[in-house]
Design a protein around this ligand. Structure first.
Ligand code: FES
Length: 81
């Protein structure tokens, strides 16, 4: 697969905790959107691993077309599933 799967055409609200490590799904195959569940295994995709700098509510992209991953940038409006 060369393109990520469109997991959903809307962002998912997530609660991030400062100092906690997260793995954002970039392939779209995870059943635990928007986070990685290991489903990328066998593809060229790898999760985006990051540590939250602050405790906050965020809206993570599930269409996987955003230009500012892991955050939604509104690109899902142009995506059909
Ligand atoms: S869900 Fe992907 S840009 Fe909004």
């Amino acid at each position: 697969m060369d393109k990520p799967k469109v997991a959903a055409t809307c962002p998912k609200q997530v609660e991030l905790e400062a100092g906690k490590k997260y793995a954002y799904c970039t392939c779209g195959l995870s059943a635990n959107q928007p986070f990685c569940d290991g489903a990328h295994s066998g593809t060229d995709f790898v999760p985006m691993v990051f540590t939250a700098e602050e405790t906050k509510t965020a809206h993570f992209c599930q269409c996987k077309q955003t230009g500012s991953a892991p955050n939604c940038d509104g690109s899902h409006k142009n995506v059909s599933q």
